[in-house]
Ligand binder design. Structure first.
Ligand code: ATR
Length: 278
């Protein structure tokens, strides 16, 4: 008899996570019964909890959210290129031999959300990436590879922006600027907020001059975490202002496909969640 397979999302806190709803909705599309739980674990207990889940509880795959994405990357035995570039993982998969593989599907998910759901052709865009932490690193290469003309990375601490740009190694198209200079670096067609300010209940006080006509603004967070940035974007005249709800659903679909070998329909789940949010 095969061991029942379990799936989970690890975070701290985790009670408000939408991931269980998303994965259950995907499973329903295929008539599957799915054991998917939330595991709230503090950073100091993370390694033991993950080992227990995968070794003792039939764990087959896990989504990983704050504050464990770095730890998930560090713990894994194998890492995809996207995870290695980001230095973080949002998905762990148990391989047939019991070892753990780290994936980072956030960047691909964001680009799919922008290009397919929101119909944005990124080619030729001048893009501004705010932030250079784990979330920013997860999306930077994907934005670049989606064909933006230039990618300007601005971070409160300039060293992290420089480190990310150096790691990308594309000096002709990837630049860094100082946060203090945001008021005089011109305007952008796409502005991505990858800072954790919204999650921390802080606002960024960005200048309106960043917004080019027809600009799209995108926050990697959703719900309350994206509120302040998107309010700024609308006030500044952005043509489109999107939160990261679509990205959340897309990255879940990537995890689902990795684990179950089936591609779920994301649009119906996205529309349902969007209708439920304020
Ligand atoms: P995450 O995994 O969410 O990216 P992180 O790796 O801790 O979390 O990175 C947080 C990012 O948000 C960093 O780029 C951070 O800037 P610093 O490197 O200068 O700390 C940025 N950030 C957080 N709060 C911010 C604020 N109030 N204003 C500007 N940037 C902020």
């Amino acid at each position: 008899m095969s061991h029942p397979q379990s799936f989970a999302v690890f975070g701290h806190p985790i009670s408000h996570s939408l991931s269980p709803h998303i994965h259950q909705a995907f499973a329903q599309q295929f008539g599957m019964a799915l054991d998917y739980r939330t595991i709230d674990v503090a950073p100091e207990a993370w390694v033991d909890a993950v080992r227990h889940f995968f070794q003792e509880e039939g764990g087959r795959g896990a989504n990983v959210t704050l504050p464990h994405k770095h730890a998930a990357f560090a713990l894994a035995d194998e890492r995809t290129q996207a995870a290695t570039r980001a230095g973080t993982a949002n998905v762990l998969t148990r391989l047939a031999d019991g070892r753990l593989a780290a994936h980072n599907t956030d960047g691909a998910a964001m680009v799919r959300d922008l290009t397919e759901r929101h119909d944005l052709d990124l080619r030729g865009h001048d893009a501004l990436l705010l932030g250079a932490g784990g979330a920013a690193r997860a999306v930077a290469w994907s934005l670049f590879e989606a064909g933006v003309q230039t990618l300007t990375i601005v971070n409160r601490s300039p060293e992290a922006a420089d480190a990310l740009a150096d790691a990308m190694g594309e000096p002709a198209r990837v630049h860094t600027r100082y946060w203090e200079d945001l008021g005089n670096i011109g305007s952008f067609d796409l502005i991505v907020n990858a800072t954790s300010a919204g999650t921390l209940d802080q606002s960024l006080s960005l200048p309106f001059s960043l917004i080019a006509s027809r600009a799209t603004c995108y926050d990697l967070g959703y719900a309350k975490a994206a509120f302040s940035f998107l309010a700024w974007a609308r006030a500044a005249g952005a043509r489109y202002a999107h939160d990261g709800l679509g990205m959340l659903v897309e990255q879940a679909a990537d995890a689902f496909e990795l684990w179950h070998g089936k591609r779920p329909d994301t649009e119906s789940v996205y529309q349902l969640l969007k209708a439920q949010s304020v």
